[in-house]
Design a protein around this ligand. Sequence first.
Ligand code: BGC
Length: 843
Amino acid sequence: MSDTVPRRSALRLVSVAIAVAAAATVGGFTPARAAGRDKGAGPRVEALLAALTLDEKISLLHGAPDPASLGQAGYVPGVPRLGIPPLRLADGPAGVRVTLPHARTDSRGGTPVATALPAPVLLASAFDPELARRYGQVIGREGRALGQDVLLSPMVNLIRTPYAGRNFETFSEDPLLSCDLVAAEIEGIQGEGLVATVKHYALNNQEKDRDSVDVRVDERTLHEVELRGFEAAVAAGTGAVMGAYNKVGGTFACENEELLSDILRDRWGFDGWVMTDWFAAHSTVRALTAGLDMEMPDGRHFGAALKSAVRGGSVPERYVDRAVRRLLSVLDRFGLLDSERPPRPDRDPEAGAALAREVAEAGATLLRNEHGTLPLTDGDIAVIGPTGATPFVSGGGSAHVVPDHAASPLDALRARAGQGTRVTYALGEDLFGKPVPAGALAPALATEGQGVDAGTTWSYDGTLTLDEPDEWTFVLHCSGPPNGRPKVLVDGEELFPLASGWGEYLLGGLVTTAPDGLAVRRRTLALDAGAHRLRITAEGGADGLLFRLRRITGATRAADLAEAVTAARAARHVVLFAYEDASEGLDRTTIALPGGQARLVEAVTAANPRTTVVLNTSSATAMPWLERTGAVLQMYYPGQEGAAATAAVLFGDRDPGGRLTQTFPADDDSHPVAGDPRRYPGVDGVEEYAEGVRIGHRWYDAQDVRPLFPFGHGLSYTSFSCADLSVRRARGGLAVSFTVHNTGERDGVAVPQVYLGPSPDLALDQPVRVLAGYRRLALRAGERRRVTVRVAARTLCSWDTGRHDWILGTGRRTVWLGASSRDLPLSTSVEVRTTIGASGTSH
Ligand code: BGC
């Protein structure tokens, strides 16, 4: 199918970048600007525009309820009389999220009909744009098969703070890596005929106050850092762009003319359409004038209000035409206006599952491996931790994809270990609670599996008696929607009131859903010894209700910990699964593991130092317990095949091929936004990106702060060395060549990385070094390979705020080569000249 969809070639990106640098060589240049704002479209689109009534045009510019929903996030009706089809828009980014009512549901109403791929951060860890393209292809095919036309993905906002709730949904803290991956993924998605939507444009780098925070960023940082990925997405031909919730420089992103018109259209030549994030429109005339094309998911501002604005003359109709033209041009490009529309393929769940597994293995990042802890050898294994037995597939929020199936790590390890190896299990940390002891309640109450018939009301009024003061976590498991859950009052206080706004829907993917699919809510109270009044009222509603009330107490916590320690002692190896359940809509407040998990790791590693901690976390984690462990394997949210992939890496069937795409700080006080609320989360609604162009690893280098694990870090089961570094001029940029040698006795994956130092000729405060290129390489034991990594002309440039354009960073520049941003044993330097002439000398 890929051949049938006209795409803008990736070559275009290359040639533009070179043209920019080449122009810079002659000094004072003005790069060709596309006349993006009011570009004409093809004859078919112009004819349609002439035939559409104002009402019809407006109906194409906002979302509406879907009369035949396929479970997707958004819908835009078509105009049947003119052959304009309706559009269905489904979420990503880790697969296609479609949620059908009346089927098994997750916390956000998901149903198991799609392939849950590993989180994008795990994909990114493979440092492999070709893999990103294939990830996109799986999504593209599946989206088309599931009746969708537009995918609300990929997300390319950079990882700026370790607290941001959506770090798992995006790629990296590094602009270059993000550019490569977003472009390849979009080409993969769109090659299958599904329109991609790069999101969230721009500077939506946190969830805290995301609807209102006003991001202040200087022009150079904007262009050199966050916008790079969006620009690459446009160059790769993305059909749509989704505007962010936040403000940028005082104006909401979805009505920000500088972003939507000056940069996106005039500078980058984007000719697709821009939609809002969900409910992110704030105005009609202002937004349309600024360059917004479509309001989602409804028409509060772009429906009747837009018609009145046009009729009343406060906005010219040509602005409506402009938005419709942009939309129709994309539909035209994808063949969606043809009388015979592109056929929809069948799903290919096997291919999806195979790719899901390949990505999870390729991104698996081994952070530590001492005393030959991994790969696992003979001997019994104790699996510990709640996510050892409950597969942690996806993060929460709109990215949550419920898969066809997912095995637990415990089952996968048992299957891989085979008959001769005993694999035991201990919970260690309780997520879902234990039954309330019968004797604690008077009158007696069956708190497990209480059923309430449809149309009836059930209530309980009694006492809960404690022998001693205790910290009780009440855990409610309940069927049905959040507004139908029982009211539980302890001493008159309601434990699980309905959260306001999006609060009930934007929750974690793991801890809010019990293994049998019931929604889970928790509440912890410090209770005195003695009797406490417990009242519960439950309505059966239309469908009846099933609920359980459980508890986690001091005694159950101690018993779970003791059981884990016993299991750890009895086994030769321990694999401890630790989790952190992130979601859109909320940020973390610490990078420590949640709950009692740090204590669990301490206790288990004290009992058995041959402990591997597997992290199913969203982003960076502090590891005060690191030195006690044998190994640490970072798996993020590994998708539906995550368990088998984890087992394959633990046993050494696959080399851990991933490298960190974000720096892991040592603690909450040692990262780029630590200790300054103006940087994060903002003060009085304003947030300053005061770190400037020093995002991620660049900040650690500039401040000389030692991270826990640097950007690019990741161990292999074999060892590599690099030699013979040389640099030459090539295609407006550089060609960096070197030889990689697998010096160990196993086959394995190396990811050599090239970094570039500042230009002595630019009077700018530049990073100590930036990532300039990388290469993922599978090498057999003993194999040597000569490799050339291209450094794009753009990477040699900085943003000149005087000329509002890129400027080539001339002069002698250092080029480093190594295995992470902090492990750079080889370096050379190269003279970058205005003619782009460059000659390298090693030293
Ligand atoms: C998210 C978007 C998502 C949209 C539709 C919003 O809450 O920010 O990323 O595409 O919902 O579900």
